[in-house]
Design a protein around this ligand. Sequence first.
Ligand code: HEC
Length: 206
Amino acid sequence: MNISSFHIVSLLLLALMMSACRGQPSGKPPIHTQYNMYWQDRFNAQQENPFFEDRRAMRVPVEGTVARGHLENDPAWFQGVNEDGSYVQSNPADITRSFLMQGQKTYNIYCTPCHGGLGDGDSPVSYYGYMAASLLSERARVMPDGEIYSAIYDGINTMNSYRHQIDVEDRWAVVAYVRALQLSQGASEEDLRRLNIDPEQFTTGE
Ligand code: HEC
């Protein structure tokens, strides 16, 4: 076999690369081929920086700075209200089966303790004499979707806001699910016939 200088150089390179795999941990710093990428001037947290007038190394963002993806510039979507402050009439999200299931999951986690699994207020806390509003009341049925959203977003009277626990898409999913609960708990015979369901099946014998 003809051993060329290319072979020798390749072998040497290989040996060099393998020598980096020492097989046992070492306390020594690794060999850096590009020094300047590793050791750059920097300031530790809370350290003073004479460059700035206020000497703070940790800079505060310029006023009005918004983190990427956090520009909540669509009040209908983020706050449930129109430009004029009135509640959004109908859910701006695409309502699909999986969206409703998502809403059911979130509702069951965050709302059932007070409003109950059916939304009628028959809930664990009601056993202790604390009564949350029924979400099946005439009042709640005629609320615009944005008002239900706003109850989650801002809270309402004695109910706290759930905006930090539930993200914007999930809030709308819960709104859709509350609507589904209202429908399921208040379907008229007319509604059932429209869905080709025989109302006789559901008579309670009252
Ligand atoms: C800690 C108990 C509690 C939890 C949890 C809770 N609520 Fe409420 N909610 C209340 C109470 C109490 C009221 C009545 C407030 C009032 O008007 O005094 C209320 C009122 C409401 C109303 C207004 C009803 C009306 O007729 O005015 C809506 C809508 C509502 N809640 C939706 C929700 C949704 C959706 C969730 C889950 C994200 C939720 N709530 C979780 C306690 C709770």
